[in-house]
Design a binder for this molecule. Sequence first.
Ligand code: UD1
Length: 360
Amino acid sequence: MRITTVIGNRPQFVKAAAVSSRLREVGEETTIHTGQHYDDELSGIFFAELGIPLPDRELGVGSGTSSDQTARMLAALEPELVAARPDLVLVYGDTNSTLAGALAGAQASVPVAHVEAGMRSFDRSMPEELNRVLTDHASALLLCSTPTAVNNLERESAAGEVHLVGDVMADVALTFAPLAEDRSRALVEHGVEEGEYLLVTAHRAGNVDDRRRLERLVALLESLPLPAVFPVHPRTRARLEAAPELADRLAGAPGVRLTRPLGYLDFLKLLSSSRALLTDSGGAQKEAYLVGVPCVTLRDRTEWVETIDAGWNQLVDLDPEATRGALDRPPPAGDRPELYGGGRAGERVRDLLASYTARR
Ligand code: UD1
């Protein structure tokens, strides 16, 4: 089997860490990096830390509006797929690189496999939601993290084959947690004590691109009851630089430590040692659940609904009072149900890709 994998940004590098080496046990994989993320701290460090094979091709597309970025990726991917003629194109998640990979594959008549298929927030104003829906309906093999995702695809009558495989990010978090524990010095470096601080991430366009929402985010961070470590994503940094009075307020917020984006091991260590995670990321909500840290989600809905049902995640949008209430509520006692496949998703993806390509 010959697979071309299209990746391009941080969460996809993490997901590829669960799958690439497994695919290479049974077939040939070529990876194409679109260049959506290009800074070392969003890209290179993940290849180094997670041992992902280096990309075979780099398209160097860089930043831009969603349409412009996706269009440039498509134009660059077409000749690659025409030349390589793989048996299958593999894409992950819900970013512009995901959509470009899926569309380029479908247009070149190469079947597409989508890992993390079927996730829905039902909020079409999110660029990610549009990417998810379009990618799923262009894909032949829909590999789902959760039963909810399977149901979403059934309701939409998606044409591809649907399989529940579990979540590949769970494989990576479970594999690397002991290593992070061992190697990371992040607590000392950021001057925080085990269980005595919050970890914050915020980069959704819906939270940071709108000046009023960004102001609400800053006000929420000013009101936190505990010290907080906030690795600032480049999108958020750029929006803060464009609003210097908000940047100043944040820099002066008591207890908030602003840092550069973190590598995977430091992030995992800071997460697993924190009192709680405040985030608008999708992946981080899952990672918090996996390491047993309560999550407070800075959105009014989530794709990862089972973390809410299990009592480990609460939606507060950007409301400081709701945030304090969520932080006061202890997580449920007892074992956490296994929601994401127990660390075997990568193997299932490998096996399904192999059987699909063998049947064609
Ligand atoms: C993208 C994904 C988002 C994902 C996130 C993970 C889309 C629509 N969004 O958002 O779903 O959660 O990645 O991080 O695909 N920039 C840099 N260096 C880089 C890359 C970007 O400084 O290496 C800056 C640029 O100013 C750029 C901005 O960050 O304009 C946003 O980057 P972009 O890739 O468009 O989207 P993300 O916000 O990273």
